[in-house]
Design a protein around this ligand. Structure first.
Ligand code: F3S
Length: 427
């Protein structure tokens, strides 16, 4: 791999052992990927504070420096962790103190995470604690090289913002934070970003649910390729594209898509394909739409619902406002829990606008930092949950061994108020 003089200096220890270990990791990683060089990044979104049994053991042995060395730098040496060289943020992690006592999630994990937050924030890691950093202060600009983890954030970053990132891991983001470098390959290379598959919606894609189901179909069809999507698409908003991208990265491994006339690298269909031949389209019609709906509801059996989960990916302020409006003056059925997940920065705005109070008066909770799939914990004794998120409906049954229903926000709120699932696919 070609290294600049600055990169050689870092590799050779001029900026300390941790930076040298980080550069060594990036060189090994880049060479394994066939990258010919590194590129500069000033935008890293990774994970350092997420608690785990392995991390707890490492912290006990050698503190957070040891945990960071092993997990984020793949290095066994005793190192000092310096301040991050470039802006770096923590993505979602485990539940925080606002969720203490609401599930079997351990207090020890919450405490471990609290100590990690202190340690890493002193070293320049911004604790955004969300899978949607682009909602709360980390909004990269077009063409900016980033080093992000979290599949739903990566696909949003590439597709909607036109910034450039591969789907990184804990180690590569740790190393990128310390060096401001990341291997130049994959989605960093302009030619690799053009669409190579085409999917056409022959049924209207308008609502939040429609965009999630369409994304789930697209991901199933193209797997890890790069779709352009056309057809009967209404103007999407942030929440629609947040849901759409997360779904493409759930049923498939999509990291970038294009919507001609909407996403920044596709002013036209021809531009989306970079001037290459446009392939025949895969059609998404009524039968395909029905099949996606049935797949997402294949884990539901009992219509007695005891848990509603909203806010996957983490809810926007508009979504919270709508949930508050639907719940205002009403009361959840006894024995039914409703959780809404959001970034903590948006929770503060929801508090200020009275949305949190409306949700809580109804008996619901507005929680931050994590989600049941990430923290592998839901209210105690839950058997059947309902959600408006294709991603959460896909993952949570396998993670927690519970039944799942997927529907609209109205259907989810209605289930919270009645304890009964009455969802059906609108014509
Ligand atoms: Fe975020 Fe959890 Fe969904 S981390 S994308 S709310 S699975």
């Amino acid at each position: 791999m070609h290294l600049t003089d600055e990169e050689k200096r870092m590799r050779d220890g001029a900026e300390g052992e941790a930076v040298a270990a980080a550069m060594d990791l990036l060189i090994r990683y880049g060479e394994a990927l066939g990258a010919e060089r590194l590129c500069d990044t000033r935008n890293v979104a990774g994970t350092m504070t997420q608690p785990s049994p392995a991390k707890a053991k490492l912290v006990e042995e050698g503190g957070w420096a040891k945990a960071f060395a092993v997990i984020n730098l793949d290095c066994d040496d005793d190192i000092e962790v310096p301040r991050m060289r470039v802006p770096t943020c923590q993505l979602q992690h485990g539940y925080s103190d606002d969720a203490a006592g609401l599930s079997k999630y351990s207090v020890a994990n919450i405490e471990l995470q609290g100590s990690a937050e202190s340690y890493f924030s002193e070293r320049g890691v911004n604790i955004l604690a969300t899978c949607t950093p682009y909602q709360v202060g980390n909004l990269p600009v077009r063409n900016e090289h980033c080093a992000w983890m979290e599949s739903s954030a990566v696909v949003y970053c590439n597709s909607v913002l036109g910034a450039r990132t591969n789907c990184e891991g804990a180690a590569s983001t740790g190393a990128a934070g310390l060096t401001g470098k990341i291997p130049y390959w994959g989605n960093h290379v302009p030619e690799n970003r053009h669409a190579n598959r085409l999917v056409r919606a022959d049924v209207p894609v308008e609502s939040f649910q429609d965009w999630g189901m369409f994304g789930y179909f697209v991901g199933e069809q193209v797997e890890e390729e790069r779709p352009a999507v056309i057809g009967s698409l209404a103007q999407p908003d942030l929440a629609n594209l947040k849901h759409f991208g997360a779904a493409t990265a759930t049923s498939g491994g999509v990291e970038i898509y294009h919507i001609p006339g909407i996403t920044p690298e596709a002013p036209t269909l021809e531009a989306a394909f970079g001037g290459r031949d446009v392939p025949d389209a895969v059609a998404y019609g009524p039968a395909e739409r029905r099949a996606v709906y049935e797949t997402l509801n294949s884990q539901g059996d009992s219509d007695d619902v005891d848990f509603i989960l909203l806010g996957c990916p983490h809810a926007s302020l508009d979504q919270i406002a709508e949930i508050a409006r639907l719940l205002d003056g009403r009361r959840l059925r006894d024995g039914t829990e409703l959780w809404v997940m959001t970034p903590r920065a948006l929770r503060i705005m929801a508090d200020r606008n009275g949305y949190t109070a409306a949700i809580e008066r109804a008996g619901g909770k507005l929680l931050t930092d994590s989600c049941p799939a990430m923290s592998k914990a839901a209210p105690d004794g839950v058997r059947v949950f309902a959600t408006d998120s294709a991603k959460q409906a896909h993952y949570l049954p396998a993670i927690l061994g519970i039944e799942a229903w997927f529907g609209t926000l109205d259907e989810c709120v209605s289930a919270a108020l009645t304890g009964k699932w009455r969802g059906e696919l609108a014509a």
